[in-house]
Design a protein around this ligand. Sequence first.
Ligand code: C2O
Ligand code: CU
Length: 428
Amino acid sequence: MKLSRRQVLLATGATVLPVSLFGATTQVTLQPRPTVAKIGQHRLEMLGFNGSVPGPEIRLRQNEKLNVQVENGLDDGTLVHWHGIRLPNAMDGVNVLTQDPIAPGDVFNYRFSVPDAGTYWYHSHYLSYDQVSRGLFGPLIVEESVPPDVDRDITVMLFNVLLDVSGNFDDEFRPEHFATAGRLGGVVTAFVSENEVLLGDRVRLRLINPSLDRVYSVSISGVSGFLVAYDGMPFARPEPLSTLVLAPGQRADVIADVTHKIAILETSGALVIEMAQIAVSGQRKKRSRAIPALPANAHPRLGAIKHKAKLVMQGGGGGKSHSGTATWAFNNQSGLPSKPLISASKGDTVQIKLVNDTSFAHGIHMHGHHFWEVSEQGERTYFRDTTLVEAGDTRDIICVLDNPGAWLLHCHMLSHQADGMATWLRVR
Ligand code: C2O
Ligand code: CU
């Protein structure tokens, strides 16, 4: 039998290209299973989708349909969540709120279309602090109907792993990881989808942070260009590229011209870590056209605020006491409360005040919607699905809840989520 290009690509864990009969549906099979992964110089026993870490890149056009058959090859249950995609609630992949875990050996089909162009990702959402740290994540790329004029479109996933004393994947999840900044591995790396460019190439870099708990402060050398989107959502005006902070779950798109070999650097500690390099193999004439903004995605306009809620983050090492039953809590409750933080009617505009009353940063993620971050001066800044709130800080977010269902709102430092930081919103 001759394998189709897609089957070959699936077998090698490379990019999955759309096989669209009439430009309509992309069919993908994802099989989570134990996998030996190559992380930097190490070969580690982890978990992967289709035998690779990260999982295969799923790529389709805006408004197309995606049909993913998940075949659970693990000894444990699993679920897949499509981070940042506005989809029907039943396809969101969340235990308790939207579906039961897919049992070992079972199959589940996720079917939805992708209304927004941009950079997204998928990951396990069952025992996610464990399954994501072991490798169950991958990129989900939605191309604009008319993609920007670039020579290369490169995906960059920032990741780290914790090794034990013998250099294997550290299986132990210790209490101190859950109560502090999380499980921060010493092997810090970036998976890049291409390792060569030409001098003068215009490149789009799609940075994704699928790491369990680590916030990266990324700088990119060897390019000159602009930051054009956060969390899939284009800026009205591209911003000059400087150091970029990416919390777990967050993404950033950069469009830039190659001036030198590219290095992706992590600069938050005292030490600069080179996470990845992209070599230069030749030269082309540099484009003279300016780097344009990406076309906006269509989202509902904000209305008058119908509901206001406050979400106080509590607990953790050195934190004040709270009445939740685990290490962390939101509003004195650890884990999913029986009542949602907000119960809204479809189309209501809501405001949530995120108050970080702990000694650690938290990256708060809302499912099924993007929201506006509001500055201290009351101005709307970025339209995102995950926002980083530093220790002691407060941030308002406002959002139109227009997608019916039960939506999780949680800390995307997945160790914190596992140890209490989760709530939900109801939209009818
Ligand atoms: Cu990236 Cu609740 O997920
Ligand atoms: Cu947190």
